[in-house]
Design a protein around this ligand. Structure first.
Ligand code: 5GP
Length: 125
């Protein structure tokens, strides 16, 4: 079920629990702004999720409310993760689902990194 992007931040969402270390994950990266881990149902040879450390429901929430330092830091972190995964040479795809039409399922902003194979179509489904 897609989330309601206008709902207040739910401290008990699954990614909040992963961030607090209350649920396990296959972690790939962490810094002051971001935390990255492998998606539990990978849709590509590399499928990593990058989440901001702050409590932001969605891309909309983040870009409207986060201070510029957090936005800049998070963007840089996503780039850092792609380089750590050695995807900067072959290339990769980034995806953010937002709200109902975007079919966002977890109410904590996450950027999907897809890599490890050639992609063709603009929209994965
Ligand atoms: P969305 O549709 O919200 O953009 O994507 C949510 C993603 O989170 C999906 O790709 C899904 O496989 C992933 N996911 C959901 N629950 C978990 C979990 O508990 N652990 C991990 N690592 N990924 C999850």
């Amino acid at each position: 079920m897609p989330i309601d992007p206008r709902a207040p931040y739910d401290e008990d969402n699954i990614f909040a629990k992963i961030l607090r270390g209350e649920l396990p994950c296959n972690k790939v990266y962490e810094d002051d702004f971001a935390f990255a881990f492998h998606d539990i149902r990978p849709q590509a040879p590399v499928h990593v999720l990058v989440i901001p450390k702050g409590p932001y429901v969605s891309w909309d929430d983040f870009t409207a409310k986060a201070p510029e330092s957090e936005i800049a830091g998070f963007m840089r972190s996503v780039g850092e993760v792609t380089r750590q995964l050695e995807l900067d040479g072959p290339g990769y795809r980034l995806l953010v689902n937002m709200g109902g039409h975007g079919h966002q399922e977890v109410p904590h902003l996450h950027v999907h990194i897809f890599g490890g194979r050639q992609f063709y179509h603009m929209i994965p489904d």
